[in-house]
Design a binder for this molecule. Sequence first.
Ligand code: SF4
Ligand code: SF4
Length: 974
Amino acid sequence: LDDAGRIRIREDLRGFFKGELLFDELSCALYSTDASIFQVMPIGVAAPRDEEDVRGLVRYAAEHQIPLTARGAGTGLAGESLGSGLIVDLSRHLRSILEVSENSVRVQPGVGYHELQARLALAGRRFAPDLTSGVQCTIGGMLATNASGARTLKHGYTRDHVSKVRVVLNNGDAVDVARESRWTSEAAPSGRLSEITRSVAELLDRNRDLIQACKPRTRFNRCGYLLQDVLTAEHVDWPRLLIGSEGTLALFTEATLPTIPLPLGRCLVVLGFSGLDAAVDASHDILETGPASCELVDGRLVTLTRGLAEDLKGLIPSAAAVLLLVEYECDSAHEAADAGRKLVDRVTDFGRRALPTLCASDPDEVERLWRIRESALPSLYGMRGGRQPIPCVEDVGVPVEVLAIYVHKVQEILRRHETTASFLVHAGTGQVHTRPFLDLQKPDDSAKLWALAEEIHTTALELGGTVSTQHGTGLARTPWVARQYGALYPVFRDLKAIFDPQQIFNPGKIVGPDPGRPAWPLRGPPVVPAEGPRPILRWPAREFQAESLNCNGCGHCRTETTTQRMCPIFRATHAEAATPRAKANMLRQLLSTNTDPRALAADEIREVADLCVNCRMCATECPAHVNIPKLMLEAKAANVAEHGLDRTDWTMARTESFAAFASTLSVLVNAALANRLLRWLLEKLFGVARRRRLPRFAGRNFLRRAARRGWTRPCRSERRVAYFVDVYANYNDPQIGEAAVSVLQHNGVEVYVPPGQRGCGMAPLAYGDVESAREVAEQNLRVLAEPARQGYPIVCSEPTAALMLKYDYPSLIDDPDAELVANKVTELTSFLWELHQGDKLATDFRPLAVSVGHHVPCHLKALGHPPTGPSLLALIPGLRVHTIDVGCSGMAGTFGLQARNYETSLQAGRAMLNELSRPQAIFGSTECSTCRLQMEEASGKRTLHPVQFLALAYGLMPELSRRLLEPVRDRVLQ
Ligand code: SF4
Ligand code: SF4
């Protein structure tokens, strides 16, 4: 389709469509990949706001013959959510849990799996399919692919747990469907519904015997349309027919899901084996005991777990090369423990094969043992560069009795192709997730893909198996559907024609492939042009170009669980463009196709880069550790180098200069900041949110106070540190600096405050003003290099400053002093905790009867060591500390100060703010100064740095107790 055609479609849709319409090249590129190995460029993306939008879209698509491909989180491994027409992003707005009743729940398709489970857990219920690794998938995605999970043995597939769906048919009718009578037509709400029901009933009736004859011999099968249990004497079961149809027959807009009670008892038994054969053999016996799951973890994963998870290493029997994890779910803890014990006894019967066992029925211990499997998977699937485990034959299932034969044959095929692979086996169900290690950047390895798939899939089919048991048919397995089903395949075509005669719903999947396109539209190996954008920051050789290639599209960065942080802006907006994955996609596309050195400076790139607030959490939590924040700093830097800063960004990038000025006129400035009219003017002129409480400015800054007290003189003692104060503690709250110095001195550590230091420079860097950031960094290095040379640890009370000095200065400045200083930097609470660990921290605290909610800031986590603030606070007698480690505060430096980001900022910090608002936290505590602004703003609870609580408890700064008691109510924060 040419540009004029795209524009016409966009303009047509604008006439009735309320949601977002994305037709620019960049947005299309962001939706051109998912977690699979494929890439298909769509003509546009539509994110419907409601069902009316979906209906309008379908009517328009049918009229103009435009393919529609529904997409949830885009985490499928089979490429089922990629398409060349319009991508319908159902995850953006259709994400409501509509109704929770006693034993069912009604949801929209964009609801996250974990969000649903968390909501149901409040009532002691759950949705039965248990996706242990599905942290980011949506219910719509589960419906489309008929997802299962580790406990399929007990709970089956998604289609076994859906009582009703609401779908939009190809004529735009939206209908609620369950088990529909195959005879009645008058009562049907849509003529199209009864027409389809009748035709489907006739088709299935005619082919009843064929449908039964063509079933694979496996207990579980996900390939193609599942027809064997759809038609009864009286009814067509619409949910059973549509679930797993991958959006090829209709589009889901709602589903009613029966729920079940949370299990009252669970027991997990871990069995070690010397080899694969022994483990597969044993799994047959184990199946007779009725487990909920029976997972085989192969040697590679066992080795990885041993190497990665220190706490688990000791648990895995040293002689075990392969493990079986067998779980029982029961109605009581006693029953579950009993089932586990019986298995252990039984194991002694086949103990000739099994090595020592572990058995856990305590819920925490069960979760811990599951981590044997879970801890290694992300690092295996998130390998960077070189050969990686590629999902191309990862969903095969064979009858359990031939599982060992199949595994042997696959190993033989791999040997012939001089390739190794990882195996994850659901031993109880005969599902084998094989991932060959290949480097798709290399043509030789790429060429092996199809050959391996052909041989491995053929082997599975010859053994009576299926090419798909769990992950769907999609682009990956459609080429083998006809071979798997033989004479039944034309029935699939007829079924598709009944529902979708115009072929608008996800064409080329299940029934296909599309003859006009390659069967496997692989993501091509990127060829980085010799001429193209070059980095402004420092990177190891060619790493700038290669970094984005490490993203495998897994979509883990769409997670919304509280155990992870990434990505606060995605959590607030639910826009694909906000995900770290989208940013990697954007850079990969741009760097591999563009020869224009200024391409990175384009405004549309800047728009996406602005959706990164540099919290650094994705670089830490992404399984492949893709350094998205640094890539986005590059994009911002390129834009600023070409176009300069807009007025608001310019203001934010210069917070230090404004703070220095404001501090000298503090009385006037503080009064002005409290004035409504002036705040309105500040917002209009400089974009500073007038609703936001701002910190007041201190009349005498910390560095001047330090000079007066003689702290700017170098120390003589051996126990000494150099203190780096940063902007906020210098100009807004010098009591933080004073508390830091007095607590250190109280513990016998002499403090030197190097004069001439400036703020760390994060504000200009975060907005892409690299020149200003470099200038500041050079100044600070001049001041800090000498103390570093003399062996002073450089202590920062601000985690952002520690991060900047440690990791960003070496990226900004090509000077050995940058590394020298970086190696000496330490964060204050970690430094104090180390003193405590060495019995060098005084504990002469006075009791402090307060309860404190301590928020762990992102930049502290990004420093890579466990948070120690709460442990320090817990040393104070009488102080109760409630650790809040559930997400970003949303403030993200100066991001939340801007009027245009105010709401997003509060939304991004919602999880943390909800925790802080609980009655058990009377006060707040955090190391980060801007998080503190957000905490006081949204909760009204006085928030201090933990070192201020320590200074108060040591009796060093009694004036802080007054401050604690002052209510937070003014426009200007104390
Ligand atoms: S950025 Fe990381 S977590 Fe996100 S899709 Fe890429 S590899 Fe997965
Ligand atoms: S650094 Fe933070 S804001 Fe930026 S993409 Fe990563 S998680 Fe999102």
